[in-house]
Ligand binder design. Sequence first.
Ligand code: ADP
Ligand code: MG
Length: 694
Amino acid sequence: MNNVPEIFGSMVFNREVMKERLPEDVYKSLKHTIQRGDDLDITVANVVAEAMKNWAIEKGATHYTHWFQPMTGITAEKHDSFVTPTSDGKVIMSFSGKELIKGEPDASSFPSGGLRATFEARGYTAWDPTSYAFVKDGSLCIPSVFCSYGGEALDKKTPLLRSTEALNEQAMRILKLFGTDATHVSPNCGPEQEYFLVDKELFNKREDLVVCGRTLFGAKPPKGQELEDHYFGAIKPRISAFMKELDEELWKLGVLSKTKHNEAAPCQHELAPIYGTANAATDHNQLTMETMKKVAERHGLVCILQEKPFEGINGSGKHDNWSLATDKGANLLAPGKNPYENAQFLLFLCAVIKAVDEHQDLLRISVATAGNDHRLGANEAPPAIVSMFLGDELTAILDAIDEGKPYYGTEKLQMEIGVHVLPTFPKDTTDRNRTSPFAFTGNKFEFRMPGSAMSVAEPNVVINTIVAESLMQFADELEGAEDFKTALNKLIRRTIKEHKRIIFNGDGYSNEWKTEAARRGLLNLPTTADALPHFVNEENIALFTRHRVYTEKELRSRHDILLESYCKIIAIEALTMCDMAGRDIIPAVGSYILKLARTVNELKSASAPIPHHTVSTLNRLVELSDEMSASLTRLRANAEHAQRNLSSEKCGFFCRDEVLPLMDELRKAADEAETLTERSYWPFPTYGDLLYYI
Ligand code: ADP
Ligand code: MG
């Protein structure tokens, strides 16, 4: 393809299109809404709607939809056509400002965590003009927020926008103290997306993949990822064709897909976009996931986004690269070029350190799902313990500041804040540690705990809010200071002293770290059930309401939705296992047992010797079959109990303690049976079939 610049953004109603198609005053007014959040006048909206509609029709659209992100994790759309009847029995294509600004989907089937009773089904969607509209599959998609009739957020975008605003407000207070030409600060995000591709025909033969998006059974294949021959390996033609088409589709939608490569596990790949504002990056990541699934289908593949599709094989994450930038293009997490800028850099760095240390629970909660629990701490992804990696050089500088000792870098320096130029930290000196949950990588942080299937909205809401909180406390202290420089020095030194326990540059996968982290008093919340109760404790309610990110009611409703979804997923997985074990595996093993028994009988009647292998396999399979049916009975009872008692506080712990262990038990017996059963008897494709299909 050689016309990339031409197709890039061709399906997006972006700034250039607006400029070209809108009268100058309307364009200006819309620009102010986008940049400064000014209210949008209805007369302006009418003109924008008309221009958008005409542009969309040229791109083949017949419908429009408010495109939003309810609490289910996927995006939602309800399409209305532009068609409007006229009095002479014909139709015209119309679209009004009112329709652009506000939609009213029947919201009764989206999770609301008790915020909206079913009888008050009305929710409404409202255009978010800070994210561009686009045409997809013949519909004009209008990025929107989704609220209840009472104005409570029912989606992921609303709190993200609110947290972005909170962060802007507090960061600007700090920048003003340093003297700044900036008028706005916004978080940037570059989400790296990992995924698996498997053959569609094989995929469809497994109930666990079809229903749950991950395998619930499967013996380890003779070859897993131990040879490490897939990582960055040459991309096979079938995959390459998929990736090419994916890039093309994404570019049309204005998604800056940049890097693609094979990942650690067989069939695993990664796509990284060029970063953008957290809001646009979140929308683009949702679009990326959707497009991956769609394009895969066209290639006879299925794209698996679930966090742990195969046991014993690396799962998939979504690294959230996060930084803070001003509207004048300065990155506040890049060490500056003069001492003054460096003092500012150190202060922002300290704000993040303090935020991560004080809100480990929220970071853990922001990535807590049933699927992601299988990854965290499994020697392939960061542990469930939150810590920060800063690299040796930066840590040495902070130590020097903390202890008031000289720093031996390229030269010996008495570290005095605001006096020295810090070295720049190139990516290769800061990026060596891949085991850290929250790593500084030169001029941004990389939060590595998010799972591949989740929206990056939630991690970003938490990072934005907790950093806003640190900055608020810093600004409160510094604004009242008699001497700014003295107060700044004191504040930075104190923050390092109080929060350096969160800094850990060693191997996050090791067992020693678990012990050491406990000694340091860091939280360890291994499962979603352990993490979620912290969401609604007093400090967290105070934090989110103070920054107007969530009301208490919204926070409690989110807590309920997350808990309920954790229990639902586990119950569905458990029942799927029961179904597969009861209707596929046990019968298949039974048939093979019968075959072995007949063999034994025939050999006996022929007075032939009976191979030991036949007898021992037969005996073992009978034992395993009995074990499976016993586990199955208990598992079914517990899963059904969990389903009946969904959403109670206890249900999360019940799933953790009484369902997941039984799933492991059933799987263990079934996986052993797989290794003993003749291939042709096994009822669905094995790990070997799935992972080496190309
Ligand atoms: P790696 O896999 O080595 O971590 P990648 O190149 O795969 O790196 O991904 C890095 C991601 O970080 C990209 O999406 C990139 O756009 C993003 N990124 C780079 N600089 C920034 C920044 N200042 N703020 C936010 N994200 C950034
Ligand atoms: Mg990468």
